[in-house]
Design a protein around this ligand. Structure first.
Ligand code: 6AU
Length: 360
């Protein structure tokens, strides 16, 4: 780890001023405002539970991480579905949505997976992540797709369709209607009914970065104290993993650092186990999973047991204070607790305390 890089002792509010990526800058400001450097990994089983957790734990977190593909009952409707509902809760409580999709493929494929298909991830997730084993070009491909998306959503397409559907009486009443809907040849035979369809499309500038003005419950409730996030999308590079025996070596991690520096307007930072800011002007944000606290009555500095399936855990104090991460990602440590909102608050306080201690 690079000790004493300036970002390790700079307050988040100050780092917001120097961040290249608008969403990173926004996130640092949000962290400062909410006094939270906690990301909830909402790995629950149903869309209902996901939205419940987002609503109840929203006040304690700055990022909510999803794996949309493990959620049963995910509704793909872009206007009223699960993504749109999550986005409404994000606006209500002030958090960003991070879809932990770990994209890895050739550039063209990831562009399509990111912006289209079933889930249309880019529409509702402010942040996503990528494993760059396929090569750095894939990051550029995603950046280009995100830039095109931003350009497109600046205009919301309003389409109204009016169809002149013939009413049944006109077929059945045996009368001729000498209007534009009927074409009779005047020989007494029944005229055929011509339906007129009018499609009007208008482009309206979207002032707010939200994509869809859905009527989702709570949509109009906005978190106070900060404006809505910018319409930019951001990427985190999966530079190191928390799992035992992870095959990502130093060379791979270094390639992530290079890819991040080459794509500063799209790459916000890393999912990593330690701070990777080493160059003087590096100000990337770091998010770290594999985080757990011992029960409240136990010694905090002891070893934390893994999950038996390869996951390894460290405390917020170690990850933030020693390893230099910015945001801790916590899943089962919170959601498996009997009282998730209180447990989220316990994690938020511990993680924030570790950050304040790092500044000293
Ligand atoms: O707190 P947990 O162990 O219940 O959940 C950790 C979450 C899971 C993992 O898919 C994810 O964090 N994760 C990641 C991410 C965020 O990319 C990388 C990693 O190295 N380890 C890890 O656990 O949703």
């Amino acid at each position: 780890m690079s000790t004493r890089h300036p970002t390790l002792t700079a307050p988040y509010a100050e780092r917001a001023d120097h961040a290249v990526h608008p969403l990173t800058s926004y996130l640092f400001r949000l962290m400062d405002l909410k006094e939270s450097n906690l990301c909830l990994s909402a790995d629950v089983q149903t869309a209902r539970e996901l939205l419940f957790m987002a609503d109840k734990l929203g006040p304690s977190i700055v990022v909510l991480k999803t794996h949309y593909d493990l959620i049963a009952g995910w509704d793909y409707n872009p206007q009223t579905g699960t993504g749109a509902k999550l986005a409404a809760l994000a606006r209500k409580h002030g958090f960003l949505i991070f879809e932990d999709r770990k994209f890895v493929d050739i550039g063209k494929t990831v562009q399509m997976q990111y912006t289209a298909g079933t889930a249309r991830i880019i529409d509702w997730a402010h942040i996503t992540n990528a494993n760059i084993h396929a090569g750095k070009d894939m990051v550029r491909a995603m950046a280009e797709a995100a830039a095109r998306w931003k350009e497109r959503i600046h205009y919301e397409v309003k389409t109204s369709v009016s169809v002149g559907t013939p009413v049944s009486e006109r077929f059945d009443d045996g009368e001729e209607h000498g209007d534009e809907h009927s074409s009779g040849d005047g020989d007494g035979r029944k005229g055929s009914i011509v339906s007129i369809t009018t499609v009007t499309q208008s482009f309206e500038p979207v002032d707010s970065p939200r994509l869809s003005k859905s009527t989702t419950e709570g949509d109009e409730v906005l978190f106070a104290g900060i404006e809505e996030p910018p319409a930019d999308r951001g990427l985190l590079l999966l530079a190191q993993m928390s799992s035992k025996g992870c095959l990502m070596d130093k060379e791979y991690t270094q390639a992530c650092v290079e890819a991040a520096r080459e794509n500063r307007s799209f790459v916000m930072g890393y999912v990593a186990q330690e701070s990777l800011n080493t160059a003087p002007n590096d100000n990337f944000i770091h998010m770290t999973p594999g985080c757990k606290l011992p029960p409240p009555d136990e010694e905090e500095n002891g070893e934390i047991e893994g999950d038996g399936l390869g996951q390894q855990y460290n405390t917020p104090a170690k990850l933030i204070g020693v390893c230099g991460t910015d945001i801790v990602i916590v899943g089962r440590g919170i959601i498996n607790n009997g009282d998730p909102p209180s447990e989220a608050e316990r994690y938020r306080k511990k993680a924030w305390k570790a950050y304040l201690a790092r500044l000293e």
